[in-house]
Design a protein around this ligand. Structure first.
Ligand SMILES: *[C@@H]1O[C@H](CO)[C@@H](O)[C@H](O)[C@H]1NC(C)=O
Ligand SMILES: *[C@@H]1O[C@H](CO)[C@@H](O)[C@H](O)[C@H]1NC(C)=O
Ligand SMILES: *[C@@H]1O[C@H](CO)[C@@H](O)[C@H](O)[C@H]1NC(C)=O
Ligand SMILES: *[C@@H]1O[C@H](CO)[C@@H](O)[C@H](O)[C@H]1NC(C)=O
Ligand SMILES: *[C@@H]1O[C@H](CO)[C@@H](O)[C@H](O)[C@H]1NC(C)=O
Ligand SMILES: *[C@@H]1O[C@H](CO)[C@@H](O)[C@H](O)[C@H]1NC(C)=O
Length: 273
């Protein structure tokens, strides 16, 4: 009886402790961050300390982290979101982000990251990838075309060059695609026409050749379409009859010839032309 009572007390104590302790970041993820901080050269810096509760960081801190703390009966957190902006890192993009298994949202905009997107990243299940304003270069990373869970991709203002591969058609979940201000060239790929979930497409300030693919006119979810600075070949304005959700249409400096189709007047939500 005494023994039973005792184990009962122990059980109550244990459950009291497991339920009252705030959830902790998974040990392995702390190690992964350590490795990433080391690669970025900030491991020794006080403001990048891994001792504080990173899952509860605020927008004002050096790194903004969000976690899901529902693991192991609400005792363990895993990182779901990381945002590191304007920190002037000139290293390569750390491969280790792949080891954050629940990471969905990664924003490394306005740093000075170099190289390309590591091929290892193809295994990540990201929905949002923001790499705006870095110094990434080389051909359009084929790794991206394997990251089919992406709904949001922004690589504005990097040094990528060459053609956009047809395989971009694989990224069927994309809702936002921003490729502007790189050194891309060649014709705009027909693969864009397969991205039927696109709501926002921005292709400005590169060296693409016209024409504007007429297949754009089947992307019926488009709300914002901005294509500019197409060289060499003239374009006729694609039919926008079916793009009834369009709010912003910018087709600047695209060597457009011919008349403006009548259907443009029928778009109910169009505000910027
Ligand atoms: C998060 O931080 C805020 C303010 O620093 C604090 O009030 C809150 O209790 C913290 N939440 C957790 C789960 O640690
Ligand atoms: C947290 O993760 C669990 C298990 O994967 C999932 O069921 C839940 O929807 C997630 N919560 C949030 C807010 O994403
Ligand atoms: C975890 O927390 C959620 C929300 O507070 C709760 O609904 C759920 O029952 C908890 N799960 C466990 C296993 O304690
Ligand atoms: C990136 O490097 C360039 C050249 O060194 C510099 O002008 C720019 O301010 C840097 N970016 C950031 C965010 O510090
Ligand atoms: C960014 O880093 C580069 C070299 O790593 C340095 O030359 C430059 O001054 C830095 N820019 C700023 C704004 O800190
Ligand atoms: C893209 O669409 C074309 C024409 O509808 C189709 O033939 C092709 O198989 C599609 N590509 C992918 C990767 O789905």
């Amino acid at each position: 009886m005494k023994k039973l009572l005792f184990s009962g007390v122990v059980w109550i104590l244990c459950s009291y402790f497991t339920f009252s302790q705030p959830p902790k970041l998974h040990k392995q993820e702390v190690e992964v961050l350590k490795k990433i901080w080391e690669k970025l050269g900030v491991l020794e810096k006080k403001e990048w300390s891994l001792n504080k509760d990173l899952c509860n960081s605020t927008e004002l801190e050096w790194v903004f982290v969000r976690c899901n703390c529902s693991f192991e009966s609400n005792t363990t957190c895993r990182i779901t979101k990381i945002q590191i902006n304007s920190k002037n890192f000139s290293t390569a993009l750390p491969v280790e982000f792949t080891k954050l298994l629940k990471l969905k949202y990664l924003d490394l905009s306005y740093n000075n990251f170099t190289g390309t997107i590591p091929s290892e990243w193809a295994t990540m299940q990201l929905t949002d990838l923001l790499l705006r304003g870095n110094r990434l270069s080389g051909p359009f990373p084929t790794t991206l075309t394997s990251m089919t869970s992406l709904t949001y991709l922004n690589i504005h203002g990097n040094g990528f060059s060459g053609h956009i591969p047809e395989h971009i058609a694989n990224m069927k979940n994309l809702e936002t695609l921003v490729l502007s201000s790189n050194y891309f060239s060649g014709e705009l790929s027909d693969g864009f026409a397969n991205l039927t979930n696109l709501k926002e497409l921005e292709v400005q300030g590169s060296s693409f050749e016209g024409p504007i693919p007429s297949s754009i006119s089947i992307l019926t979810h488009l709300k914002d379409l901005k294509i500019s600075d197409l060289k060499t070949h003239t374009s006729t304005l694609p039919s926008v009859e079916k793009l009834i959700k369009l709010r912003t249409l910018v087709l600047r400096n695209c060597l457009i010839q011919g008349s403006i189709p009548n259907d443009i007047g029928n778009l109910p939500d169009l505000e910027v032309l």
